[in-house]
Design a protein around this ligand. Structure first.
Ligand code: UTP
Length: 413
């Protein structure tokens, strides 16, 4: 009773009393669980996040400049071989690990299941997980090492993800080289700043964005596991790109040769108005400027060769030195606001169906970690070799476009 009163008072203070809307109908166990969950919420933090929803993201006073990059396809034979040797050396010594970020909700795709289990429609019906595992199997053949594979899941999809791996016998990759870790969660709120209640009567939480990868690696013990395995370089990539090259000796070699604690891959922006973030420097540090932030003038700016000055799209394929991950994990990355559809219970306990975006979700972005680095090596790769994202159900970046790109790259009819 004491706990209940404490919670009641807290909710009154923050005007969040809807969180107890189902309390009376719950079992003793559920009641206790709910009260504990509520006590864990940082209500001041939620208030600040609500304020954030009213602010339009702009570059503000930030000084944005272009970033230098190395074009993989323009390296001379000597340069290529030098980087290759450096990278291969590291990989052969077992210093590379791969992290796949598979905790996203895949809202735009509208598929009811972990995105990694999605079948893009190849004749083989391989899932995204299976397709990206191929790069690791290839690496085993080439370098005779098993690159340890860490899969970031969310509370929402963890169980189904692990079951999928079990059912598919880890796609032939050794089970002891695959580790799962769960990312953090954060409450979603209504347009009035109220924390949403899910159908079961609990706060509606959502994965805290791919920027949560560092903190969750630290907290889950994944980082310790890597250290035990003497890993030095960690490739962090998405689950929704079947052409992701998780074991790239040139990327590792470039980071090593430039003595950078991180390296990122870019592809040339398809057109100035493409809705992608691009690499840049922000106040002298590596960063990404989002399509919502960049001015039209900057987006269209071209250099003397006719190339877009801000044309290096960030494709979420980055490499970090393990020492830097530790540091990043200890600093809190900022949250960004996403306006999304959600089902929830109103203050009377009635179900509100989100047919249109009706709630705010907060996400940390991986690239906000870049500004804590002094420098970052950027490797421009060919779009057709490494970028076939599955984002939308139809149209641009859909299963259909991804499948075609995948088939083309692998010479499949
Ligand atoms: P996106 O930002 O494209 O999000 O994720 P999404 O969840 O796949 O799709 P939408 O926006 O809901 O439609 C890019 C990568 O980051 C991972 C995704 O799984 C994908 O591999 N991600 C995203 C996470 O692991 N956790 C998150 O909280 C968000």
């Amino acid at each position: 009773m004491e706990k209940y009163n404490q919670v009641k008072e807290l909710l009154k203070k923050y005007d969040q009393e809807q969180l107890l809307v189902k309390y009376d109908e719950m079992t003793v166990e559920q009641k206790d669980q709910l009260l504990d969950q509520i006590l864990e919420i940082n209500f001041d933090g939620i208030k600040d996040l609500y304020e954030l929803t009213k602010v339009k993201t702009t570059m503000g006073e930030d000084k944005i400049s272009p970033i230098s990059y190395v074009d993989k396809s323009k390296l001379s034979k000597e340069e290529y071989e030098e980087l290759e040797e450096l990278g291969v050396n590291e990989i052969k010594q077992g210093k590379l690990a791969a992290v796949t970020m598979a905790g996203g909700q895949g809202t735009r795709l509208g598929y009811d299941g972990p995105k990694g289990t999605f079948d893009i429609g190849l004749d083989t019906h391989q899932s995204l997980f299976e397709l990206i595992c191929e790069t690791l199997k290839e690496a085993k053949k080439k370098y005779d090492v098993f690159v340890p594979w860490y899969i970031m899941t969310s509370h929402e999809n963890h169980q189904r993800t692990v079951e999928f791996f079990e059912k598919n016998k880890y796609f032939g990759y050794p089970k002891n080289e695959v580790m799962f870790f769960m990312q953090g969660e954060i409450p979603t709120i209504s347009m009035e700043g109220k924390i949403l209640v899910n159908e079961k009567g609990f706060p509606r939480l959502a994965a805290d964005g791919h920027g949560g990868v560092f903190e969750s690696m630290l907290q889950s013990g994944a980082l310790d596991d890597m250290k035990k395995r003497k890993v030095e370089w960690v490739f962090v990539g998405p689950v929704d790109n079947p052409l992701v090259n998780m074991v790239d000796e040139i990327l590792v070699g470039l980071a090593k040769s430039k003595k950078c604690m991180a390296a990122g891959k870019s592809v040339v922006k398809a057109r100035p108005e493409e809705r992608v973030g691009v690499f840049c420097t922000r106040n002298g540090k590596p960063s990404v400027v989002e399509y919502t932030e960049i001015t039209e003038e900057m987006a269209n700016q071209r250099d003397e060769n006719g190339e877009l000055v801000y044309g290096e799209s960030h494709i979420n394929c980055n490499l970090f030195h393990i020492d830097r991950i530790n540091k990043i994990a200890e600093t809190k990355l900022p949250y960004h606001v996403a306006f999304k559809k959600a089902n929830y219970l109103d203050e009377k306990g009635n179900l509100v169906e989100g047919k249109e975006p009706n709630s705010y979700k907060f996400e940390a972005f991986i690239f906000d970690a870049f500004t804590s680095l002094d420098s970052m090596a950027i490797l421009r790769v060919k779009r057709e070799d490494e970028f076939a994202p599955v984002k939308n159900a139809t149209g641009v970046d859909s299963p259909e476009t991804s499948r075609e790109l995948y088939k083309k790259f692998h010479g499949i009819k």
